[in-house]
Design a protein around this ligand. Sequence first.
Ligand code: ZN
Length: 161
Amino acid sequence: MSEQRHVTVQGVRLRFAAAHMATLGDELEPLHGHNYIVSARVEGDLTDDSWVIDFSALKRYMREACEELDHHFLLQAKSPQLESKLIEGSWLIRFQDREYRFPQQDVVALPIENSTAELLAEWIARQAIERLREGGHANIRRLAVDVEEMPGQTSGYATDL
Ligand SMILES: [Zn+2]
């Protein structure tokens, strides 16, 4: 018999507001934003004192990742279609005949190929995994992160640890 416990967190501070332009085929979306809502689920064994994880610790890990993205332009720095360069304190982003310039402090350059909710969920999960490792949560076996882009549209990423 295989048993696994899990803990789920969501909350008013597990959200971020951000701008982005995703590519779809050979199109680039117009610049726009979302109020993203994040939730996470961890699965694992019980600790000696019968926790999977302290809710507040998991919320803090997730919140820290959300705060890095909040009120920024989310740049898919590994996009094969966007040309992005950091020049003298500005990100210069080119797509076909369109050119954008953003102050560096307004941009989070993410090592992802596209700024879809799927890849944002994966990036957030990787941040949380780092914090789970640093926090010594060796009993955690799996993490799943959901990112809701707008009501009724949620993407997720899950991985074994
Ligand atoms: Zn969007």
